[in-house]
Design a protein around this ligand. Structure first.
Ligand code: 4AD
Ligand code: MG
Length: 477
């Protein structure tokens, strides 16, 4: 059947024509006005029903949440609030929604309540707006890389390596949990497992992306990654999507330039293509913030904040400079930080990152040249012998959004690093091969996709920007 979307209808091109649309009822007022939404836009189309022309049994099934097919004429609206509406002459009920049990009613529901109804929450304005922005951002990401000479590379999901060396992995096994085969010394014999070795869900596609960059030049991954860290915060998921570009012949500065340009480009894309959704989310945020104390309100409305990021340079600061700023900061001197900044080399906590971004610099910040001790094994050692060519991008309200580095391309230095950390060289034989055969300077980074969506939508909790969040004690749906 030839149907049109609500988005198309609202452009008015079919004025005075007979049209057919499908959608879900948002509201049905006075037995006369149906607000229908099909997900194509945040806006509804008003469908005007002359109830005398319709059977009582049909009208009764038109409730919030019912799925309908409506036929009628598109006309200019007489009422306020919309330019076009449909004069209905035909209604087909695909499926109704019982008003006594359908949980999504036309009133304000809390985000917590909607998290428990994650299978239905996309039928609200807020979640449909977020998910359309999420979808547009994914498109913009692929678009950016395509336009800049990158190849899309699919990293494996099941892997034997722990790229980040943090040991926070989900095991993949087909062994009998009650009666696993054991080795002579009584430990589980993974040689008998499906892959003949211990395997896990990947925490990062980086190591494999490095292999591909050293042949395809510039590659990127965009896929799910998994971390079994028990962090119940508004910024952590156990399953999240990561974008990881990896570029041969790029040093740390090329890497920072690319990351900044990339983020600005994808945010510009949504500013241009998601105007209605962003305007809705901005208003939602302003309403929500009215109930918050002044100090907790964001200093800029959403659209202004996004434009600010696009129009201003990110501030680039070395770890050592940031450390000095933090050590001499008021909250540090007054012992207001939970983790005091005293000795060079300490890892920065989110309270420190937020101070730098939100209080000191007031803009996105790229921190680089971190102490080697607090970063992963693959980062390139600087000439000072104690810092590595790492870079993290910190965003206001989010904290770390990107983590990346120039990679150690020197075989001897990398081998030493691996040995110092007590990692078995054999496990990384193929990664070391990349340094044996045609090694070269190369760099890359990882952008947490949900953290980007958080920023772009102004939402406060990462559970609200992924369709079905996976967090400790929660894998419903
Ligand atoms: O800083 P991370 O751990 O870096 C890496 O995994 C590198 N291998 C990336 C690379 O160089 N190719 O993670 C990168 C980003 C973080 O900056 C953050 O945005 C996001 O991934 N991230 C998470 N997002 C949601 N939930 C979690 N548990 C996350 N852990 C990291
Ligand atoms: Mg990191």
């Amino acid at each position: 059947m030839q149907t049109v979307s609500v988005k198309e209808l609202l452009s008015g091109k079919q004025l005075q024509q007979e049209v057919t649309i499908n959608g879900w009822v948002r509201t049905f007022r006075s037995n006369r006005f149906i607000a229908l939404n099909d997900g194509s836009t945040i806006n509804n189309i008003q469908c005007v029903v002359d109830f005398e022309n319709f059977d009582e049994t049909v009208l009764k099934q038109i409730n919030t949440g019912s799925a309908l097919r409506i036929g009628g004429t598109l006309v200019k609206s007489q009422g306020k609030g919309q330019s076009f509406e449909i004069q209905v002459n035909d209604i087909f009920v695909h499926g109704n929604a019982d008003p006594d049990t359908y949980p999504i009613q036309p009133k304000k529901h809390s985000l917590e309540f909607l998290r428990e109804k994650a299978h239905l929450r996309v039928r609200t304005n807020t979640f449909s707006a977020i998910m359309r922005v999420r979808s547009a951002l994914s498109f913009a990401i692929h678009n950016y890389f395509r336009n800049n000479g990158f190849h899309y590379f699919h990293a494996p999901i099941i892997t034997g390596s722990d790229a980040e060396g943090a040991g926070e992995m989900f095991r993949v096994t087909t062994l009998d949990e009650k009666n696993p085969p054991l080795t002579e010394d009584g430990t589980v014999d993974y040689k008998a497992d499906f892959f003949g070795k211990e395997t896990n869900l990947t925490v990062s596609g980086q190591l494999e992306a490095e292999a591909y960059a050293m042949g395809l030049g510039k590659v990127y991954t965009f896929g799910p990654t998994f971390r079994a860290e028990n962090s119940n915060t508004s910024r952590h998921l156990a399953e999240f999507w990561m974008i990881e570009p990896e570029m041969a012949f790029f040093d740390l500065h090329d890497n920072m330039d690319l990351a900044e340009d990339f983020i600005k480009d994808v945010i510009s894309y949504v500013l241009e293509h998601c105007q209605e959704d962003l305007a809705f989310l901005e208003k939602r945020l302003l309403d929500e913030e009215k109930s918050k104390p002044q100090a907790e309100r964001s200093p800029m409305p959403l659209l202004e904040k996004l434009k600010f990021v696009v129009d201003n340079n990110f501030k680039r600061v070395s770890y050592t400079e940031a450390f000095d700023i933090l050590r001499n900061s008021k909250p540090n001197k007054k012992k207001k930080f939970q983790y005091p900044i005293d000795e060079w080399g300490v890892d920065l906590q989110s309270e420190h990152e937020r101070y730098l971004v939100e209080k000191h610099f007031n803009c996105p910040v790229i921190l680089f040249d971190y102490p080697a001790k607090i970063k992963a094994f693959y980062m390139r050692l600087n000439e000072d012998g104690k810092t590595v060519r790492a870079m993290d991008i910190l965003f206001p309200g989010i904290g770390e959004i990107v983590g990346g580095s120039q990679r150690e391309e020197r075989l001897d230095v990398l081998k030493q690093k691996i040995a110092d950390l007590g990692i078995d060289e054999k496990e990384l034989w193929w990664y070391l091969d990349l340094r044996r055969f045609g090694t070269a300077e190369h760099s890359g980074f990882g952008l947490g996709f949900e953290r980007l969506v958080l920023f772009a939508t102004g939402m406060g909790n990462i559970r609200d920007v992924i369709p079905f969040p996976r967090t400790p004690q929660n894998a419903e749906f």
